[in-house]
Design a protein around this ligand. Structure first.
Ligand code: GDP
Ligand code: IMO
Ligand code: MG
Length: 469
């Protein structure tokens, strides 16, 4: 019987309430349910630690060689991941880079937003490049809970960018792949998912019309070919159906069944994260570690190693504050030596020095187990190299990375300067083969972040990666 005080005691019972045996109390002492064993399989996660394009594709390809499952958990085809194998340059936007491993299953989770024409075009164009993609359909699974990006989402992305330019004098510099509008539909709860498309098409097309008309009402200039897109979607539904799976059950089986190596390929990056990034100049998903759990249905206890991919300098595509940007000869050199051109949009990437305040912030959110430091070779010709180590605003030091973009725009950066090594690192295959100045640069990064560097990239190809331990 409940007391009048309505106070629960430490046992979760109202005062005076009798002890009720819950079903779990009946579990026998030797039942596996009582086991304190660690969960069987853990996922290894690869995440971007800056503003994207750090070389995640290459790191994933390396780890995917002995993976059983390689997953994408968030983002869409705004991502552009490059993998170079036998001199063939593959580019992946929606397909996990692990699709090149013919023994692994690739999985696109519920947190991803999928533009179907984009997915199939990407597969076809990579098929023409080399043998890597052969048989891709047999090894791809797609979550039935993933949301769909429609052509009108992409058109709306373009219109919103134009409106921002007209009304505020600047846009976000999105990839115009419909990412923001598709995640808006998801959050507004009128989006459509893969399970809708592969079920009753009559029901799907009704919902599709309502959604398209909703956007047409909001954007009178929006031109939607409703019947044309529906016809195309009906064809895609047939191609898609054999790939669709109950994503939660799929992951659960993978995590709790016989030992499996599961890899998660983060897209975009920490500073583009909708919560932790340089808002509003961000993408519309969680590109930090939480996105792994929500975008795949992976319980946090199954998250194992989290690797942060850090470029040896910094780049950014699109608009937004960039404290260590070098809008000068150094920036131009990094841009041309690093071939810093967007894989998705073909835009030149802005370039600057490595910003360790920013990477430390990414580490605070993600808890990196280790770092993959990429593109060290791009620094080979520089006589001196700088690293951002502290921010100051109005003469006051900032303890961490600021939320407010007006503050970030005004920071002055304190740099530590290192002597360059002025020789090629491309042939190095061990830490000791690197020039001492490069070794010092790497050791400083580890000391500053208090995270070990596990790999160092010295070239584009699979082989151009030094493993430190
Ligand atoms: P992602 O989006 O993080 O997968 O990175 P991108 O593929 O967009 O951009 C990284 C670029 O750098 C690609 O062209 C890669 O082939 C290239 N790359 C990756 N690691 C290295 C490296 O260590 N050295 C050099 N020179 N290029 C690299
Ligand atoms: P990968 O996975 C670099 C940037 C865009 C833009 C902002 C919002 O290759 O590292 P969106 O189209 O997502 O609404 O654009 O985010 N952006 C990326 N920049 N690499 C990416 O992915 C990016 N994904 C989004 O340039 O500034
Ligand atoms: Mg990229």
């Amino acid at each position: 019987m409940a007391s009048n005080s309505n106070m629960a005691n430490v046992n979760g019972r109202e005062n005076g309430e009798p002890i009720v045996k819950r079903p779990r109390d009946n579990v026998s002492p030797d039942s596996p349910l009582r086991s304190s064993k660690e969960p069987a399989n853990k996922v290894t996660v690869v995440l971007g630690a800056q503003w994207g394009d750090e070389g995640k594709g290459k790191v994933v390809d390396l780890l995917a060689m002995d993976a059983d499952i390689v997953c994408r958990c968030q983002g869409g085809n705004n991502a552009g991941h490059t993998v170079v194998v036998d001199s063939v340059e593959y580019d992946f936007h929606l397909l996990p880079s692990g699709v090149l491993n013919k023994k692994a299953i690739s999985f696109i989770g519920n947190g991803v937003v999928i533009h179907l024409p984009g997915l199939f075009t990407e597969a076809q164009s990579n098929l023409k490049k080399g043998k890597g993609l052969q048989g891709w359909e047999e090894r791809l699974k797609i979550s039935d809970r993933a949301h769909i990006v429609f052509n009108f989402h992409q058109a709306v992305d373009g219109i919103q960018e134009m409106q921002r330019q007209q009304q505020e004098g600047k846009n976000l510099g999105t990839t115009k792949k419909g990412i923001g509008p598709a995640y808006s539909s998801k959050a507004a709860r009128n989006g459509l998912r893969v399970c809708d498309l592969v079920s009753d098409f009559n029901v799907f097309q009704e919902k599709f019309r309502i959604l398209a008309e909703h956007f047409q009402t909001m954007y009178p200039n929006l031109n939607v070919d409703i019947d044309g897109e529906l016809k195309q979607l009906k064809e895609y539904a047939e191609q898609l159906r054999p790939l669709v799976t109950d994503g939660v059950y799929f992951m659960h089986k993978a995590l709790t069944g016989p030992s499996k190596k599961i890899l998660v390929e983060g897209a975009n990056a920490a500073l583009l994260d909708i919560d932790f990034g340089t808002y509003p100049f961000v993408t519309s998903s969680n590109c930090t570690v939480g996105g792994v759990c929500t975008g795949l249905g992976v319980p946090p206890s199954h998250v194992g190693r989290v690797y942060g991919v850090v470029k040896a300098y910094t780049t950014r595509v699109g608009v937004g504050a960039f404290p260590t940007e070098q809008d000068n000869e150094t920036g131009a050199l990094l841009q041309s030596r690093g071939r810093e051109v967007g894989v998705t949009t073909g835009r030149k990437r802005r370039c600057g020095w490595l910003d360790l305040i920013l990477v430390r912030y990414a580490h605070m959110v993600n808890g990196f187990s280790a770092i993959a430091l990429t593109k060290l070779d791009i620094l080979d010709t520089l006589p001196e190299i700088k690293v951002g180590v502290a921010y100051e605003v109005d003469g006051e030091p900032l303890p961490s990375f600021p939320a407010n973009m007006d503050v970030l725009t005004r920071v002055t950066v304190e740099y530590k300067t290192f002597p360059g090594w002025c020789c090629s690192t491309e042939a190095a295959r061990s830490f000791t083969e690197l020039p001492s100045q490069a070794q010092n640069y790497i050791r400083f990064i580890e000391d500053f972040l208090q995270v070990p560097v596990k790999w160092v990239g010295v070239g584009k190809s699979r082989e151009s990666m030094i493993k430190l331990y």
